[in-house]
Design a protein around this ligand. Structure first.
Ligand code: 2NL
Length: 347
């Protein structure tokens, strides 16, 4: 093998050994650079006789081309390897499950409340909303509570460290009745002086507060009250409305309704409403679900209406209890702990 073929071989070997583009360019310089071996051979041509210069020059050129070809081939191979590495590093496993966008859900109490609003809405009831911090008058006096009634005591009602215009402490409303009094007052005012007034048909769902905390009582709980006042609204309307509500809420006709005599300062006569499922896990047990009654004449008067002309019924039900029965929840506290293992079951 002549010197030129050997040189080509060693160039190919060095190129093959270069594992990075920088190594390769250094190897190239050793052959084709300013004082590279091929360049030195070219310089040597000057000293040769003309004939030999021609053939030797052609041979060196051929060598140079061979080396450049080897160089380019190695450059391409290194670039390919680099690309391959990069693709591998950035590879997407399209068979992996995608990242899920977790979907939220409404709280079961909210769901129950929305169902209640929809059912009463279908019977023509409006929905009242109002403050959770109330005056003594709206929470107690307007509802005919006597001055010394135990509900007014610090043991039963939460008070706020602030007094109203009459010098009485504000309270955290212990029921949603104040919203109905406010609603009825606005209604009465709006139609005052007119011959006829549309009936008042409203429910008041919302948060309520009492000093009470155990397995079945939370200091913050939810209530829905209902009010229907007109010129001829009686207990039979209460019974049909409540039966319609409860069968729609529990999505069953297989239940019975029972009224038991009771007492509230704001209704007369008053009743407790019990229901009994005829099927299912609670079958045959009477469950207390509401208090109700005919609105007391003094309360009608406090709404700004004439009790000689207007009469109606009101009821108050615990939403938490209804939601427990509806969704099969056995501990009230689950609603208020915020445990996702519980909450995520409602979607
Ligand atoms: C109960 C008792 C009741 C009412 C609430 C009411 C509201 C107005 C006027 C008259 Cl504006 N009454 N509400 C009436 C009877 C009973 O709730 O034990 N609820 C859980």
């Amino acid at each position: 093998m002549n010197d030129l073929a050997q040189l080509l071989q060693s160039a190919q070997a060095e190129f093959a050994q270069a594992s990075t583009p920088a190594d390769l360019e250094n190897a190239k310089a050793r052959f084709l650079g300013k004082s590279g071996q091929v360049t030195e051979l070219m310089k040597g041509l000057a000293a040769l006789p003309v004939e030999e210069k021609k053939t030797r020059g052609a041979e060196i050129n051929q060598l140079k081309q061979g080396i450049e070809a080897a160089l380019n081939a190695r450059r391409q191979a290194l670039a390919d390897a680099e690309l391959e590495k990069q693709l591998k590093a950035e590879a997407l496993d399209v068979t992996l499950p995608g990242r899920q966008r977790g979907t939220g859900g409404l709280h079961p109490i909210t769901r129950a409340m929305e169902r209640i609003e929809a059912i009463f809405g279908s019977m023509g009831f409006d929905v009242a909303d109002g403050p959770e911090i109330e005056t003594d008058w709206f929470s107690f006096s307007s509802l005919n509570n006597p001055e010394n009634h135990p509900a007014r005591s610090m043991q039963d009602t939460f008070y706020v460290d602030m007094k109203d215009e009459g010098g009485r402490w504000f309270n955290l409303r212990p029921h949603t009745s104040p919203m109905q009094i406010r609603y009825a007052q606005a209604h009465a005012k709006r139609y005052a002086g007119q011959d006829t007034m549309p009936e008042i048909r409203v429910i008041a769902p919302g948060r309520t507060y009492r000093v009470d905390s155990d397995a079945t009582h939370s200091p913050m709980f939810h209530q829905v009250e209902g009010l229907w006042v007109g010129e001829n609204i009686s207990f039979k309307d209460l019974k049909s409305v409540y039966l319609n509500f409860i069968t729609a809420f529990f999505e069953t006709d297989a239940l019975q309704l029972r009224f038991r005599p009771s007492y509230f300062p704001f209704t007369e006569p008053s009743a407790e409403i019990d229901i009994m499922f005829e099927t299912g896990p609670l079958k045959g047990r009477w469950l207390e679900v509401s208090g109700a009654g005919q609105v007391h004449p003094q309360v009608i008067r406090n709404m700004g209406l004439d009790p000689e002309r207007y009469i109606g019924f009101a009821f108050g039900s615990g939403i938490d209890r209804l939601a427990m029965l509806r969704y099969g929840v056995n501990d009230l506290r689950l609603f208020f702990e915020g445990d996702l293992r519980f909450l995520s079951q409602f979607k």
